[in-house]
Design a protein. Structure first.
Length: 89
């Protein structure tokens, strides 16, 4: 057996394995970055919706405090226009 041929094949195998693991690590990092970017965007959207929903609840609560049992009730305040109410439809 040719020892130098076996050594070269072993080195090539190790280099190939290291390159493969490095590319997998790079792919995992890019996947992680994509996932975290998407989650950050979704969290920002949810924060906006929660803020709008809180404002709508506070408006409704203020309206309910102004309208007593013996006062004629006017129309309830409309929710904010950009509040997404599709989960309740």
């Amino acid at each position: 057996m040719d020892f130098s041929g076996l050594a070269a094949a072993g080195v090539a195998l190790i280099v190939g394995l290291l390159g493969w693991t490095q590319s997998r690590a790079t792919n995992r990092r890019s996947d992680f970055a994509a996932i975290t970017d998407r989650l950050d965007k979704e969290v920002q959207e949810e924060r906006v919706q929660r803020r709008l929903l809180t404002r709508a609840y506070l408006d409704l609560w203020g309206w309910a405090r102004r309208v007593g049992p013996d006062t004629p009730a006017g129309p309830a305040p409309d929710p904010p226009v950009d509040l997404d109410l599709t989960p309740w439809h």
